[in-house]
Design a protein around this ligand. Structure first.
Ligand code: MLT
Ligand code: MN
Length: 307
């Protein structure tokens, strides 16, 4: 299996258009020590030719342009794509808005758990993806299925499972929302090709024993790296929300992801969906030293992983 991180940042990207905080400022400097990152997406392929995308970020056009593997191949028809399927892990804007950029009458299959398909159904703008060309396929909870493209199976199996999280921000009504529910609004996905297994969990509010058992032994984990500390957005002066309020667990602290996953055997562990306030963006930071010393890698756009 071959994987490519298309976008390693959380919603907003790095730099974020209206962000004047240190990491966005550093990311605007060419050759500076903070690398720019686009919004959250991963690509996977069993044969290196046909690909499944995991999430469709608002930056998808730029991501495809930066990834030759995702270009129409020489000799293919005048309109074609190696992208056979798109799998959604939740209905957040940073994971679905890119669907609107895939509207040029190209067949592919679209997979998600039911709550996410319901959001697409309720928002008529997604009708730009003609259902005659883009089949929406409901993923069963906790059962592996072969990913099909319109041209046939991609040689990848996916198993989606609910993780603690919340409904998309734009669906929240008042303060009553549960910010760590496992109703299927937020999913993790296990991707297998018959020889390796990889988990992609770009949003997660809490690691429980069930999730630890599920992840144990994986060849690679891509995990929610939104924040380093729960209240870092307030400390940076960019907003009042905590990670908990956004359905994201922080990396650090006794309840953080680094500690929670420390005893889970994994060949590789890589943070993705990194927010523009997270100090791990800065290779010179103590936070970066702490998480890398704990065995974590910090995802970057274009990173290729052959697990
Ligand atoms: C999140 O990951 O919490 C969301 O992407 C936030 C958003 O929709 O802006
Ligand atoms: Mn997000």
């Amino acid at each position: 299996m071959k994987l490519k991180i298309l976008g390693s940042a959380a919603g907003g990207g790095v730099p974020q258009w209206n962000c004047n905080h240190i990491y966005s400022r550093l990311a605007r400097q060419a050759g500076g020590r903070v690398v720019a990152r686009t919004q959250s997406s991963l690509a996977a392929s069993a044969d290196g030719r046909r690909w499944a995308l995991f999430n469709a970020s608002p930056d998808i056009r730029q991501q495809i342009a930066a990834t030759p593997e995702l270009w129409p191949a020489p000799g293919e028809p005048p309109r074609s794509t190696p992208i056979g399927a798109v799998v959604l892990t939740n209905a957040d804007v940073d994971h679905i808005a890119g669907l609107l950029s895939l509207r040029e009458r190209e067949p592919f299959h679209l997979y998600a758990l039911k709550p996410v398909l319901d959001v697409l159904q309720a928002n008529s703008v997604f009708g730009v993806l003609d259902p005659a060309l883009v089949r929406r396929i409901e993923l069963p909870v906790g059962r592996a299925v072969a990913i099909e493209a319109p041209t046939g199976p991609l040689g990848l199996e996916i198993e989606a499972y609910p993780v603690p999280g919340k409904i998309a921000l734009f669906l929240e009504k008042g303060d009553a929302a549960d910010f760590a529910s496992d109703t299927g609004d937020t999913a993790g996905v296990c991707i297998r090709d018959g020889s390796v297994s990889v988990h992609y969990v770009p949003g997660c509010a809490r690691v429980d024993d069930g999730l630890k058992r599920r992840l144990a032994g994986a060849d690679c984990l891509f995990f929610d790296g939104t924040l380093y500390t729960d209240n870092e957005m307030a400390e940076a002066g960019v907003g009042a929300k905590t990670g908990r309020r956004m359905g994201h667990m922080a990396m650090s602290g006794p309840d953080g992801s680094v500690a929670a996953l420390a005893d889970v055997p994994l060949k590789r562990r890589i943070f993705v969906h990194i927010n523009n306030t997270n100090p791990v963006l800065d290779p010179a930071s103590a936070a970066r030293r702490q998480v890398t010393a704990a065995g974590w890698e910090i995802g970057e756009d274009g990173m290729e992983i052959v697990p």
